[in-house]
Design a protein around this ligand. Sequence first.
Ligand code: DC
Length: 225
Amino acid sequence: MGKPARPSFIVAVDGPAASGKGTIATRLAAELGLPVLDTGLLYRAVGVLMDRAGLSLDDEGAAAAAAATLSADLLSDPALRTRAAGELASRVAVHPRVRDALLEFQRTFARQDGGAVLDGRDIGTVICPEAPAKLFVTATPEVRAERRWKQLFAQGEEVSYEDVLADIRRRDARDGGRDAAPMKAAPDAALLETTEMTIEQAADAARRIVEAARVRWEALERDDR
Ligand code: DC
């Protein structure tokens, strides 16, 4: 007989573009010794594949087919980190069939032995509503645009702050307004408003929230045994 599976401590980190959720998720994962999945990369990969193939982003069937063929090596392509890829991702993410095609991969990742940290838009609401630790990370559009602008500048992308702010507002409206799994905080998510925080302060606050959730979860796990 193999070793019994360890229960999965799943940490869901949701929030809008450039809220700091990616950095927070990566740090939490390192502290907890858990793997992390940036689910935005999956949608970015679908958008980039569609774009490279010259296909319309409105073609739901083609986008779902692209989602079904994603490979792990594509996820490390730097092209996925660009400003353009964020917009492509948001546009293909409105399609329910694309979301369905990516669902199982995300759930399997989350439910692996010991658990995982996932960041995205619908992790706490749709992908892992059972997650014992949920965060919804926000900040004002202006502050998020500033953070994203600095990040893009460091990557060598020349773009104005005003254009980045317009991108952020457009993506917020599309990601939050779509019918399929819109971005929103799960009712049991802890809200983390980071406008006035440094990334260190935000990561500390996230760690405290997750530690408290872990204590509650471990107590429940013990009771179940
Ligand atoms: O987190 P990000 O900026 O890399 O995400 C890019 C886009 O992908 C985002 O604007 C909407 C979509 N997305 C989504 O719909 N659901 C997720 N779980 C993650 C991303």
